[in-house]
Design a protein around this ligand. Structure first.
Ligand code: 6PG
Length: 204
């Protein structure tokens, strides 16, 4: 599975590692990858890897050799190519069983931000994506990689997401502006997991 960053995924990792859920998964059969990463080292407060491991994934009995961090802190283009090669070597038939995503208030998912280059890359699975709005580069899976997954789950929780969620799901298709719209395909639909607050405007 590929993990995301953000406060919503963080809450999910805390839940997965809680006594109520930790024993429900045979962690020996779980391989952890990331859907995106900031250009910081793992110990940095902004690291998606660091967040996931501290939130609970690091306390689960997942064999260390099954955990694959994105090395986005340096040589991000070369490391994106290396991560793509890793996925091609590690993923049976090149597909994730599960890609877990969040959605930002601007409609981005993974590090596929509005108006960025990665939105238009379909011949790669992992790229370095300059995000001018944040003044930084991110490493991210592309739509080609995400949409090949057997299961795609997008978690959208909280009132702050209600407006954007309504736009993503109801507005005309415009992924350059609303990148989350392009997640999922006819053959591999995205599962949107919402709370009532986030879905408030969808209820008609
Ligand atoms: C990142 C995440 C990003 C996140 C969404 C939702 O690196 O920022 O991968 O795509 O999942 O922005 O984050 P929140 O749940 O914090 O709103």
């Amino acid at each position: 599975m590929a993990l995301s960053g953000g406060s919503t995924p963080k809450a999910i990792f805390e839940g997965l590692a809680s006594p109520e859920y930790a024993l429900r998964v045979d962690w020996q059969h779980v391989w952890l990858f990331w859907g995106d990463e900031r250009s910081v080292p793992p110990q940095h407060a902004d690291s998606n890897f660091g967040m996931a491991m501290h939130a609970g994934m690091g306390r689960l009995p997942i064999p260390p050799q099954h955990i694959f961090r994105m090395h986005a802190e340096s040589h991000i283009e070369a490391n994106a190519a290396a991560y793509e090669a890793l996925l091609k070597a590690e993923l049976p038939d090149g597909r994730f069983d599960l890609v877990m995503l969040g959605m930002g208030n601007d409609g981005h998912t993974a590090s596929l931000f509005p108006g960025t280059e990665a939105l238009k890359v379909f011949d790669r699975w992992v790229v370095a994506n300059p995000v001018p709005l944040l003044g930084t580069d991110r490493m991210t899976l592309t739509y080609s990689c995400i949409n090949a997954a057997r299961n795609i789950a997008i978690y959208v929780i909280g009132e702050s997401k209600a407006e954007m969620l309504d736009r993503v799901l109801e507005d005309p298709y415009s992924p350059d502006l609303l990148p989350s719209q392009a997640v999922g395909t006819e053959g591999s639909k995205a599962l949107w997991i919402l709370d009532k607050a986030a879905g408030r405007l969808l209820l008609g």
